[in-house]
Design a protein around this ligand. Structure first.
Ligand code: ZN
Length: 250
């Protein structure tokens, strides 16, 4: 594997504009369960109840109980792992311009990545659907002790997490900036994404079509492996620190 690591590091070093694209696999190494597949969150909690906009609008109390019992305790417990930290190191060293992520857990920012595009929003911000006032997770959680669903302190409006629910489209401005990154980059590192959810998985495809070098790091093979310049089927937490090390040595 060392030769591949060296080749990837040298490709990053020679790039003018390198970006990363990340999915659930990188967060699962921090202990956040993936959604689909064996042991996935959606095998225990029906996403049509807990993550669907129609259901949320009909009766948000299911979501808020889920937030209180599952989401909040999980997010308070998790920490960025070696893969998040390695990516933040590449950011600080000037190698990585942006991280485009499908994740909603905020772990890239917590690790120190300075430019993160969150395609599916973030659970860490809660906002009022009437006056847009923002609340932290802790503030929302403490509201849940007295009222479910919680209400805005300013205007009594309904609160919701700043995530994209099923049944909603991605924010067009956020999607546009992600596509711009895909068009401008000459290197893209896809980490922990099964590359099956579109339009998100379109981003590495677009980058590759525009001539960027594509590297895929994922535990399982992906439908885009045949397009990639390098594929490593291993945990990102094992691979990325080695790339950082190789960048330092070269
Ligand atoms: Zn409000």
């Amino acid at each position: 594997m060392m030769d591949v690591i060296k080749a990837i590091a040298s490709s990053i070093k020679n790039s003018k504009y390198a970006v990363a694209f990340t999915g659930a696999g990188i967060s699962s190494e921090s202990g956040i369960p993936t959604y689909r597949g064996e042991g996935g969150l959606w095998t225990k909690y029906d996403p049509n109840i807990y993550a669907n906009v129609y259901y949320f609008n009909k009766d948000p109390s299911y979501y808020w109980n889920f937030f209180r019992e599952v989401r909040f305790p999980m997010l308070k417990k998790v920490k960025p792992n070696k893969a998040h930290i390695a990516m933040a190191e590449m950011d600080v060293a000037g190698y990585l311009k942006t991280v485009i992520t499908q994740n909603i857990d905020g772990l890239h920012q917590e690790a120190g990545s300075s430019s993160v595009i969150e395609l599916h929003g973030t659970t860490r911000i809660i906002h009022c659907m009437s006056c847009s006032k923002e609340y932290s997770m802790d503030e929302a959680f403490s509201k849940l002790e007295t009222e479910i669903p919680p209400r805005c302190s300013e205007c009594k409006g309904k609160l919701r997490p700043a995530v994209v629910f099923f049944g909603e489209t991605l924010d067009p401005q956020i999607l546009r900036s992600a596509y711009e990154e895909a068009e401008n980059c000459d290197f893209i590192l896809s980490v922990g994404s099964s590359l099956v959810v579109f339009p998100a998985a379109d981003i590495p495809v677009k980058a590759k079509q525009r001539g960027a070098t594509l590297v895929i790091i994922n535990k399982e093979s992906t439908p885009l492996d045949h397009l990639a310049d390098h594929v490593i089927n291993e945990e990102a937490g094992n691979v990325l620190p080695q790339i950082v090390q190789s960048l330092k040595e070269s």
